[in-house]
Ligand binder design. Structure first.
Ligand code: GZL
Ligand code: ZN
Length: 355
């Protein structure tokens, strides 16, 4: 008798279990009971940040989570993204995710997606379109705020060290020209130059890559012998710039008064924060790549027929080599002024981070 009861209980548990799995799967199944098909047009694989962003999207939109992900790496070329989106439309995907390499040039293809009734979610950088109904929602980070945070940190740091603003001789290794990250971070620096009277020697794109960052730094070092601040618009450019500076027999660090070159960067990747810990990068402003779960939450809300916010900003921190500067005040893209803590980096913090 006992065995029979146990067998019945087990059968019921199994059935319930199956139902719960089915239920969770059906949460992400389209109306026709099939897994949701997601077409993701990714910028490329240009940086550690991008790799972490891709990993976040792939691990979220996995088969076991009930999705079919069609992934395309555009190698930082917009024409490849346009082709990928048109393929997604042909394949009648349920959602298109787009991480746009630059802000302009998307109106036509997004109109085609709209005409096909496929919702588009913009991830990371922003699109500059004539009609913002061409995309359903956007998740990303406030690049202008990131640039302003870095500029305020530099002003506070130089002031604390008694360095006159006109004695800061800055080069800006920019990101991919026309991308939201480059536009915002460059603007943040240029506002600082305007506001504080820094000497901005040169600006040139490092394409967010280590190789190009090194090449640009090498040429700037040949042109200028008084560079003492290098503003890198992402960590991979900073890695390249540091190699070039050290190959030229100079030293990166925080002691400008004694001839060290101060490097500022963005992304706070694991390797970037390790360079902060060892004093090679003085300040690294966070840009969070882990958009997978956020994109999924928006898709689930849309599947449930809920309204979603048009713009979904992600909060980000600031890390520095030391505690010379403890907070900065900066205004974000929504014109809201905020005070942001600056965290001296430790190995524990690095070990505890998700990317
Ligand atoms: C930032 C993102 C940038 C990163 C770079 O939002 O678009 O692109 O800062 C990446 O590392 O290449
Ligand atoms: Zn960012």
């Amino acid at each position: 008798m006992k065995r029979k009861v146990i067998a019945t209980l087990m059968a019921m548990t199994m059935a319930l279990g199956m139902m719960s799995v089915a239920a969770s799967a059906s949460e992400t199944e389209g109306t026709d009971g099939e897994p949701l098909v997601i077409g993701f047009s990714q910028v490329g694989a240009e940086s550690d940040w991008r790799t972490a962003n891709t990993e976040s999207m792939k691990s979220t939109f996995s088969e076991e989570n009930g999705y079919e992900l069609i992934f395309d790496d555009a190698q930082q070329k917009q024409e490849n993204q346009l082709t990928a989106i048109r393929n997604f439309i042909q394949q009648e995907v349920d959602y298109i995710l787009l991480a746009p390499v630059t802000e302009t040039g998307w109106d036509t293809v997004l109109q085609e997606a709209k005409d096909a009734g496929i919702p588009v979610i913009i991830v990371d950088r922003m699109v500059d379109v004539s009609d913002d109904s061409l995309y359903t929602t956007w998740i990303g980070t406030d690049s202008l705020l990131e640039g302003r945070k870095a500029a305020e940190w530099l002003n506070a740091y130089a002031t604390a060290k008694g360095i006159a603003p006109e004695d800061l001789h800055i080069v800006d290794i920019q990101g991919t020209i026309g991308s939201t990250a480059q536009i915002g971070r460059t603007q943040g620096l240029e506002e600082g130059v305007e506001k504080y009277g820094w000497d901005l020697l040169a600006q040139q794109s490092g394409e967010f890559t280590q190789a190009k960052g090194q090449e640009v730094m090498e040429s700037m070092l040949k042109q200028y012998d008084n560079i003492n601040v290098v503003y890198c618009e992402n960590d991979n450019e900073a890695f390249g710039a540091i190699d070039a500076i050290e190959a030229a027999g100079k030293t990166v660090g925080t002691d400008i008064a004694n001839g060290e070159i101060l490097v500022i960067s963005f992304d706070t990747t694991n390797a970037g924060l390790t360079d902060v810990l060892n004093g090679k990068i003085a300040c690294d402003v966070e840009c969070n790549p882990l958009h997978g779960p956020r994109a999924e939450a928006l898709i689930k809300a849309l599947e449930a027929g809920e309204e979603v916010e048009k713009l979904n900003y992600v909060d980000e921190e600031i890390f520095a080599y030391d505690d010379t500067v403890t907070t900065v005040t900066a205004v974000n893209s929504l014109e809201e002024e905020g005070e942001y803590a600056v965290t001296p980096i430790t190995q524990e913090i690095i070990d505890g981070r998700a990317y």
